[in-house]
Design a protein around this ligand. Sequence first.
Ligand SMILES: *Cc1c(COP(=O)(O)O)cnc(C)c1O
Length: 347
Amino acid sequence: MKPSMKIDLVSDTVTKPTPGMMKAMMEAELGDDVFREDPTVRRLEEKMAALFGHEAALFCPSGTMTNQIALKINTQELDEVIMDVTSHVYLFELGGYSFNSRVAIHLLHGEDGKFTAEDVKNAIKPKLDWMPNSRLVVIENSSNRGGGNYYTLDEILPIASFCAKNGLKLHLDGARLFNVLAETGESTRDWGRPFDTISICLSKGLGAPVGSCLIGKAEAISRARKIRKVMGGGMRQAGILAAAGIYALDHHVERLKEDNDRAKRIGACLKTLPMVREVKPVKTNIVIFSMKEPLTAEWMLQELAKRGVRATTIGPGAIRFVTHLDFTGEMCDHLIALLEEMGNLVV
Ligand SMILES: *Cc1c(COP(=O)(O)O)cnc(C)c1O
């Protein structure tokens, strides 16, 4: 056992650039991207668009910005956006749908972040003067608050076809889509087809320090570029960051399965511990669990902190671990040993 080993499972955003990524950043060819003269940003945007079979992509500072731009370009005032009550767009973006786009929202109560075409059908408003126009549906895959739960493409297609038939736009918050594809083996190209816009985070499991891309039709992305600018997100020699994104796409996609597998190992271990009340089914790189009373999540987090493990709560009584690039196999073995030891101390 190495008591000095520090483990950070707060989020998959805590990763630092690897030496290889750092090298790619240092060697990036740069220009002023506000004038569209940064070749590295352009290369990242073209690569992302091609991956998803779309016409264009836009490099942005954050996934919050790509989601907020997507809401803005896919709606008008007096429109309504349909999304799950657990979604990042609803919970963790300060109600930006109201601040930036002045739209109404309709919340769905799906299962661990997932809803169906039937749910969308029941949510759309009749065309009446006193009702907002149902305009946009937001899918989050994987679902963060849903504990890394995911939709397969087969589950998306009925929603997409309902949206297409009823004049609804469809946006994918794919902050962690690549963790899903590591499980399903589905292709980015197939995932590109059903959506008007797609947001992909480079700074989560992919391990880049900063950045997300918004992907869509050329016309949508050219409007998105203006919205990014008015939000203050026009960046100059951003190629230094885009280089990290390109490196991540080339080197860190295949390995995401390791993160998912480690999360599953931790989930299986937690399940055997008498002090643990419930572990949500582990589907990707997120583990959510709760403690048996009278033990609390706060107590567990303190005990973990004493042992060099940092994690966080997500909702009342629920602890979240997120595995990532800087959480190694050795750290996973160490954590499992720690958890088993704690489980023996407290029953
Ligand atoms: C992290 C995340 C985002 C974007 O977050 P930023 O921190 O703004 O990059 C969007 N959606 C989901 C589901 C996320 O987990």
